[in-house]
Ligand binder design. Structure first.
Ligand code: SF4
Length: 387
């Protein structure tokens, strides 16, 4: 997707030349280019994120793909705004030689107001360092970047037997030889990613799979993640062709899981939710959900998950399943508690229904109050809801 820049006075965003200026120095070679693909006009294609969800857990992938749950969150929206600002800085630097740090610093406060605070916090510590990094990079070494057009399009495509998978890179630049490329992935979330996350997560391995599939002579794909909230870069993680082949196998397995669960549960939740869940449970397809503590804690579908909504089972009969389902239940409960706290903070009023209340009007009033359950007094002052 082409980024639009809030800096409307910048000629790069008003139809500037679009041509990169050559620069003289640096150790990177000028990139010879490769045939850039386009999304298929017909035939299946999937976004990398969809494939990653199926690789995590089939039910999670299915619930989000068919729209049973929504994946959007304020944190994701803030991250998206941070990426827009970085893309604007890179384009201004490439297209019209602007100082990328200054450009980003001017763009950052103009992001969507509802996520502005989080977006500013997610990028401000890294703006100067990103600017210095770009200043040291020869412009003609840039192969692709988010918001780039034509030969510098950020779009990556991977071709599996049953579908095309699409993703985008934040910044891809040439290495010391035409057989090497470097990727920088900007990440603004609160979790600081490590080299181990880069090595084991599907995202960058899938990028390697796309790049090795498109560039026959490629020998090394070097990746670093830039944690912009804390201005920390991971060490370089290098993927070779055998890593890309393994990633291709993982993509194929995720696509098989997708086909199996779509065949079993249907392409869309056209039933009322209880009927759908009845179908899910009666089929006893536990191989469609893979509860595990870390995976479930990050799952957008946890509140609808069959593991999290399973009826009580005997611990002694199957302790492993009991534990795994409890991990999914805890993820769902944590998510429900976040929703209650957010509601109280947003409305400024407690939730009081009958003899159960939730909010800040708890009898004990600690120094730093957090919303929690309590039994309401009879007056019901400042309440949302009623019997
Ligand atoms: S909560 Fe866990 S088991 Fe359930 S859908 Fe999410 S990742 Fe899968």
């Amino acid at each position: 997707m082409i980024e639009s820049c809030p800096m409307t006075m910048c000629p790069a965003w008003r139809g500037g030349s679009g041509a990169a200026r050559d620069s003289g120095g640096g150790g990177a070679v000028a990139w010879p280019g490769w045939p850039r693909g386009a999304l298929p006009a017909s035939g299946p294609w999937l976004h990398r994120r969809t494939v990653s969800r199926y690789a995590q857990c089939p039910f999670q992938g299915w619930a989000l793909e068919v729209g049973l749950v929504k994946g959007a969150s304020a944190a994701a929206d803030a991250g998206w705004q941070v990426h827009r600002v970085i893309a604007a800085g890179i384009r201004a630097w490439l297209d019209c030689g602007a100082d990328p740090s200054g450009h980003m610093a001017e763009c950052l406060p103009r992001v969507r107001p509802d996520v502005q605070i989080d977006a500013v916090d997610g990028l401000r510590r890294s703006i100067d360092a990103i600017g210095r990094f770009l200043a040291d990079l020869p412009r003609d070494a840039v192969i692709a970047h988010r918001g780039g057009r034509g030969r510098r399009s950020a779009l990556l495509l991977g071709h599996a037997p049953t579908a095309t998978v699409a993703s985008t890179v934040d910044l891809l630049y040439a290495g010391a030889s035409p057989a090497e490329v470097h990727e920088i992935d900007f990440v603004s979330g609160r979790k600081v990613l490590t080299a181990s996350d880069v090595r084991t997560g599907l995202k960058h391995r899938l990028h390697a799979w796309c790049l090795f599939g498109a560039i026959p002579d490629l020998a090394a794909h070097h990746v670093r993640v830039w944690n912009t909230r804390v201005n920390a870069l991971t060490p370089v993680v290098t993927f070779a062709r055998r890593d890309a082949d393994l990633a291709g196998e993982a993509v194929a397995a995720a696509l098989r899981s997708r086909r199996d669960i779509l065949d079993a549960l249907g392409p869309a939740p056209d039933d009322a939710f209880p009927a759908l869940m009845e179908r899910v449970h009666t089929r006893r397809r536990r191989d469609f959900w893979w509860p595990e503590m870390t995976r479930c804690a990050a799952c957008d579908a946890c509140t609808r998950c069959p593991a999290a909504t399973a009826s009580a089972r005997d611990f002694a009969a199957d302790p492993g399943a009991f534990l795994a389902e409890t991990a999914a239940m805890k993820a769902a409960l944590d998510k429900r508690m976040r929703l209650l706290r957010t509601t109280v903070r947003r409305t400024g009023r407690d939730l009081v229904f009958g003899r159960t209340a939730f909010g800040l009007d708890k009898p004990a009033n600690p120094t730093n109050p957090t919303p929690g359950f309590y039994r309401p007094v009879e007056t019901g002052v400042g309440t949302v809801g009623a019997d």
